[in-house]
Design a protein around this ligand. Sequence first.
Ligand code: SAH
Ligand code: SF4
Ligand code: F3S
Length: 478
Amino acid sequence: MEMLAIAGKEHDESRQGETLKPFENDPNQYRKRFYIESYGCAMNFADSEVVASILNHEGFGATRLAEEADLILVNTCSIREKAEQTVRKRLHEFRKLKEKRKGILIGVLGCMAERLKSQLLEEEKLVDIVVGPDAYRSLPSLISEAETGQKAVNVLLSREETYADISPIRIDSNGINAFVSIMRGCNNMCSFCVVPFTRGRERSRDAVSIVAESQDLFNKGYKEITLLGQNVDSYYWIDEAKDETITFARLLEKVALISPDLRVRFSTSHPKDITDEVLYTIAKYENICNYIHLPVQSGSTRMLQLMNRTYTREWYKAKVDRIREIIPDCGISSDIIAGFCTETEKDHQDTLSIMEYGRFDMSYMYFYSERPGTLAARRYTDDIPETVKKRRLQEIVDLQGILSHQSNQLDLGKTFKVLIEGNSKKSDAQWYGRNSQNKVIVFPKGNHPYKPADYVMVKVVDCTKATLVGEIVDNLAI
Ligand code: SAH
Ligand code: SF4
Ligand code: F3S
C-alpha cells in the first residue's frame, strides 16, 4: 500500500488516477455501478469519498473497472495546466468508451468543473454532467436530468457547505490512514493560485462532526488521521451548545484526545497563520505528529510580495526557528514554485538558500504555470522562458535531493516509533511504515509477530535520500 503511505501530502503525482475498490457487498444489490477517478490534492480524494457516500445512498455500487460502469466520474484538478491536460486526455478516452456503450453517463467533478463550468458539456461535448465542489449533494438529481438527455450542470459555490453530516465511504483504503476534511475553500488569494476561484470562500466544518468522524475511524481500526484544509490554521468554529471557541490548536487537541494510539497529522499550514498555540499543542501530545508541511513558495521577499503570500523571507525563517525551538525534532516539508513572473537569478538563489535554511526533509516542486483569472494572470506577465523555469526547477530538485539525504543521514542510529502500513514495495519480507516526522522507513519483518496497524520501535541502520532502512528493536516494542 505504498500509495497510501503518502496520505496527507498534497499534489503527489503518484496519487493521481487512483480508483475505487469494488465494495465488498453483493454487487447485485446495486441498481447501477459507478467508477470514480481522482486527481489533484488530498481534498479532492476526500471529496470523492463524500461523493461515493452520496451515490451509495442512491443505490449505486462502486466498480474499479470503467468498462463496466453506468456512471463514470472524474474528480479533477486545475492547479497547473498539466493537471488539466491529463484530465482532458482521460475524458477523451472515456468519451470513446461511451461511443461503444451509449447508455453510460460521464461526469466531471471538482476544480476543472468549477473553472470551466458548462464548457466541457456544451462546447466540447465531452461529458454529460458537470458538478462543482460545493454541489455534490445535487448529484442524484443531476444524474436523473442527464438520463433524460438534459444538460446537467451545478457549479454553485456555497458559503456554508462542508458536507459535515455525510459519512464518507473510504475508498482504496488500507484501513489504517484516513483523511478528514475540516474546512473548505480558501480566502488567501495567493496571486498564482486558482483554488480560491474553484473552491470558493473559506468555511470551517462543525468540530463536533470532525471529532465524531475521527472517533468512528478509530473505532474501525484506523490509526492515523490527517486533518485537511487549504489553510488549516485559520480553522475557527464556535460550539454554541458549549459556548466554546474552537481554534485549530483546540481541534487538534480534541482529536488527539480520542486515543494516544491514534496518530494525528494535518495539512496545509500557511506560514503567516501557524501559531505558537498550535506548536505547543503538537509538542504536548505524543500522538500529534512532529511534522509540518509549511509551503515557502519562494525565498525572495520581492517574489513573496508579488505572490501575495503576505510574509517575508525573514518571517518564514523566524517561523522555522520557532518550530525548531518548540518541537526540536520536527520534520518540515515545503512547496516551491520556480520561475514566477519577473523572477531573477538572485530571487532564485534566495529560494535555494531558504531551502538550506529550512533543511526541508521533502518538497513538492513545480515551475510556474499561469492560470486564467488569477491575480497574476491579470496583473503580471508570465515572462520567464520555459527553459529557464525548467533549469531553475532542476536546481531546486537537485538541492532537495541533497537536503533529503542529509536529513536522513542525521537519523542513522536513532530509534523511532513506526506505524506499520503494509509490505514494502520491494519485498514481502519487509514492512513499510512512517515515523512521526512522516519519513518512510522499511525494515525486515524477522520473526516478530507484528502486523499492519501496529506500532513498533525501529532503529535506523541505513538510508537513501527517499527512505530510511531500519531494524526492529524488540525490547522497546510497545
Ligand atoms: N493551500 C496550500 C497549497 C495549495 S496548492 C498552501 O497554501 O500552501 C499546492 C501547491 O501548488 C502550492 O503550494 C504551490 O506550490 C503550487 N501551485 C499553486 N498554483 C500554482 C501555479 N499556478 N503554478 C505552479 N504551482 C502552483
Ligand atoms: Fe492557493 Fe494560497 Fe489558498 Fe494555498 S493559501 S490554496 S496557495 S490561495
Ligand atoms: Fe486541489 Fe487541484 Fe482543486 S490542488 S483544490 S484539486 S485545483
